[in-house]
Design a binder for this molecule. Sequence first.
Ligand SMILES: [Fe+2]
Length: 325
Amino acid sequence: MMLSSSNLSRRRLLKQTFAFSASAMLGRSVMGQADALVPVAPGEHLLMIGDWGAKETKGQEAVASGMKKFLDEQKIKPGAMFLLGDNFYGSMKGGVKSERWKVQFSEMYPRSHFDCRCYAVLGNHDYGDDPKRSLEAQLGYAKENPGTRWTMPSKRYAFDYPTVNPLMRVVAVDSNWRDMKPEEIAEQNQWLEDELKRARSTPWVVVMGHHPLYSNGQHGDSEALIDAWGPLFEEHRVDFYFCGHDHDLQHMEFEGLKTSFVLSGGGGARVRELRKVRSGHYAKSVYGFTHLHVTAESFSVQHVDANRNRLHAFSKTLDGVVTIV
Ligand SMILES: [Fe+2]
């Protein structure tokens, strides 16, 4: 593959910075008593989970409980939650009135800890398990329940976060190509390109969807998404792609690619074995969630398991340098 000079210098940077560097991670970590005295760093804190809405709720309860304790211990009030699809497995009897909204959303993630908008995208189970009813419920819930934190204005949407002095542009996509007509896929790809082409007004640009482009998990890579979205991410310097679908936690960097690929699919559904993990990638089959800490200069990501052990963390600076903590 031909490498441009900027790619070459990026390769060099990646090599240099993939070394361990605890000092670069905002001076704080999740666990450890000494950290209790460190004031909470300024910036925005967000949480992210995927594949959380299984019918059997044991895993979901464990992760939700872990998140609540994590927020208490860290004295963090999240500004938003990203819900990465497979939000409701199985039947959605009752639609917007289903008991599952209370049991698996509003009471599972109570406002006492999650007093923020919850931005959701659709997963394959949201499409396939209870066709139409689940989709209609998820797309219509906020209209029926003004004031809800649940946010899914359409199958794809984009927003600035936070609304005042935004730090990131978030483009939420519908990756359920198996359930979409070719025209819908083409139309969305054009929309995504137009969204990414807009003059960059935020330090960070993030795309989130349910299916991974790359994954070391059971489902593996999606060649179709790599072909369609990969070049757009490169051309428009997408900083992060967040997704779920595989039931594990992953972080993937590829030499020469600008985007960091983060998979957070341990939100509740039964975890699954990994495939062979590619060298240099982080992947673990485990229940857990992802914490994001964003400032105008750096974007930090940490995968945390249901028992609040920090499993993997890294930060990225605006020049694209990634430092594993
Ligand atoms: Fe899925």
